[in-house]
Design a protein around this ligand. Sequence first.
Ligand code: FMN
Length: 241
Amino acid sequence: MPQHRGVRVNAAEIHPEEKSAMSNDLIPPTPSDETYAVDEDQGDVFTHADPFDLFSDWLALARLTEPNDANAMAIATVDEAGLPDVRMVLLKDISENGLTFHTSRLSAKGRQLLTSGKAALCFHWKTIRRQVRFRGAAVEVSQEESANYFATRARGARIGAWASKQSQEMSDPDEMKRAFAELEKKFANEDDVPKPEYWSGFRIIPTEMEFWVNRPYRMHDRLLFKRGDANANWNATRLYP
Ligand SMILES: Cc1cc2nc3c(=O)[nH]c(=O)nc-3n(C[C@H](O)[C@H](O)[C@H](O)COP(=O)(O)O)c2cc1C
């Protein structure tokens, strides 16, 4: 039975009884009053006046409870026609300067970020039923900063970054495997696999950060922090859910 880290990965392995328990309905049922009644209120979760401190607390909680990738975030961009695009990436650094992740500057997202200079981010942690959203400017980090991060990646992942022409069409599915094998040979006698020039990092400098927490009966709480620019003070407001 194909598995990935102990979880089934082949839909053909879903047992008929499990299927019928879903009542042949793919979408989970809308919660009833009884279901809401057992939803516990999480109490005061807005424990800091500074949104970066608050985000750090929530991420720390998520790290303890999420089964994997608590640092996974959706990043939304727009293409040249204004059509939105979104995909997951991994947060690699957070400071009062912003949130940093790494990618290829030649990828679809890389090109969109370089053109528009703007992005939105969204974290959702199912275990603690919380969401955090960010909107702001997107700037490329220095080559030095991305090289420092690149050096921390596993050797295989560094070679993989050379082998992948991220977001480009692949005519033959074995092409990348062949490229990987060739690059392994090429770098075999080198201690270090250097960073490809196109591999880069982007930092999102938010002017908006919104914290959302699940409350019983969909009476969720939203706390929005806004500032005019990266040097201005934050203003906090509550929003209806
Ligand atoms: C949980 C998760 C984390 C990911 N992290 C990254 C990442 O940090 N950087 C990256 O370039 N792609 C990452 N990916 C792959 C992207 O979602 C995406 O497939 C890829 O970057 C190409 O996107 P684009 O064509 O829109 O540029 C991740 C995917 C998942 C599901």
